[in-house]
Design a binder for this molecule. Structure first.
Ligand code: NAD
Ligand code: TYD
Length: 363
């Protein structure tokens, strides 16, 4: 696909003097799950923000996620690869962004265990290339959308704050931790204005059905076995994607440069409890659950202390877990067409690659 920038370039004033009334935000990975939610959030909340969606459209990127705002005058899509300096240079020269919010990443742990190399290329090298051009173009702030997984597995009854050691245990989290360190260098060595955001597991509409919540709902609605890794007792902390988007917004605009902020809810579930809870809501029998071979190096528990963003920036989650879960179940039920489109073809090959070896070894 060609870069779709020409028709909507008229709002860009190349010699602009950035003001509070006029901000250009370059969002990378905006065709993915969280990025597309963030772009819809920005477009609906800030009529004075111009949003550039820079995305390579990998298997996880889907422009249908943005169909409701694709004609908005404040939105532009630019097809590009963060790991390709030519693409990044072109985008920065064309749009001269005030802010960069960097979501673009290979994001799935299971995939990273099978093929780590692309995670390093996109998540580490891609971040450095964006930082280089952000420095050259005097971007006001670079916001890195990181993850709580950089802290590794957290012991029972503990929550980690932003000072905790980075102890990633899989190629995905190692690549995200590496990118966080590059942000630190950008701040310390080059004086760039930056923030790092480490949120817990997100759920919400438009999440690709490779992650736990959409796998549960999609499989349950289609009468496909729900694969639970290992004994199902691993613990994850869950946040609705809109609460994460609000946190990113507040950090982008008010976060102190150089700081890292954890974003969490305290809402933690064992995987098996969450699977059973969603099945109960759907009125589907637990016998659809299938225990499968565990993930290698599977982190047992994630749990962040998010008091810093609450105290310093006044953020707190607004969506009660049960309300969010009901909304997401309804969304998936009403968007079978969205799921069908991506669960054909390439997705089915992916599904077989990830799950077949697990199933065979447990039979
Ligand atoms: P996703 O996989 O749904 O979307 C990733 C997007 O990045 C896709 O649109 C894809 O096309 C794009 N992309 C991938 N490689 C690219 C490249 N080389 N150049 C340009 N674009 C590229 O991911 P997500 O779940 O929306 O996660 C977004 C970010 O948030 C990631 O950085 C992830 O590490 C972080 N995060 C995710 C979660 C979660 O629970 N999903 C939690 C905390 C942090
Ligand atoms: P996932 O959604 O992949 O997020 P992450 O690994 O980044 O936390 O997985 C969430 C948890 O659910 C994790 O402990 C692995 C487990 N899981 C399953 O048991 N079955 C599945 O099919 C998937 C995708 C995940």
């Amino acid at each position: 696909m060609e870069n779709q920038t020409e028709s909507t370039l008229n709002f860009i004033d190349k010699d602009k003097i950035p003001t509070d009334e006029h901000k250009i935000i370059l969002v990378t990975g905006g065709a993915g799950f969280i990025g597309s939610n963030f772009i819809r959030y920005l477009i609906s909340k800030y009529p004075n923000f111009k949003v550039i969606n820079f995305d390579k459209l990998t298997y996880a990127g889907n422009l249908n996620n943005l169909i409701t705002i694709e004609d908005n005058v404040n939105y532009v899509f630019f097809k590009g690869d963060v790991a390709d300096p030519k693409d990044v240079k072109t985008a920065f020269e064309q749009f001269s962004p005030d802010y960069v919010v960097h979501f673009a990443a290979e994001s799935h742990v299971d995939k990273s265990i099978i093929n780590p190399d692309i995670f390093l290329k996109t998540n580490v090298l891609g971040t450095q290339i964006l930082l280089n051009y952000s420095r050259e173009h005097k971007v006001q702030k670079f916001v890195q959308v990181s993850t709580d997984e950089v802290y590794g597995s957290i012991g029972n009854d503990l929550n980690v704050n932003e000072e905790a050691r980075l102890e990633p245990n899989n190629p995905y989290s190692a690549s995200k931790a590496s990118a966080d360190l590059l942000l630190r260098v950008a701040y310390q060595t080059y004086g760039q204005r930056i923030n790092v955001i480490r949120a817990c597991n997100n759920f919400g509409p438009y999440q690709f059905p490779e992650k736990l919540v959409p796998v549960i709902i999609h499989n349950a609605l289609n009468n496909i076995e729900i694969p639970v890794y290992g004994d199902g007792k691993n613990i994850r902390e869950w946040i609705h994607v809109e609460d994460h988007c609000r946190a990113i917004d507040v950090i982008m605009q008010n976060g102190k440069s150089g700081e890292t902020y954890n974003v969490g809810t305290g809402n933690k579930w064992e995987n098996i409890e969450l699977v059973e809870h969603i099945l109960e809501k759907l009125n589907i029998n637990n016998n659809i659950i299938s225990y499968v071979l565990d993930r290698q190096g599977h982190d047992i528990r994630y749990s962040v202390d998010s008091s810093k963003i609450r105290k310093e920036l006044g953020w707190k989650p607004q969506i009660a877990f049960e309300v969010g879960l009901d909304q997401v179940i309804t969304w998936y039920t009403n968007h079978m067409d969205w799921i069908e489109e991506i669960t054909t073809g390439k997705y089915m090959n992916y599904y077989d690659d990830i799950y077949k070896p697990r199933m065979m070894e447990t039979q």
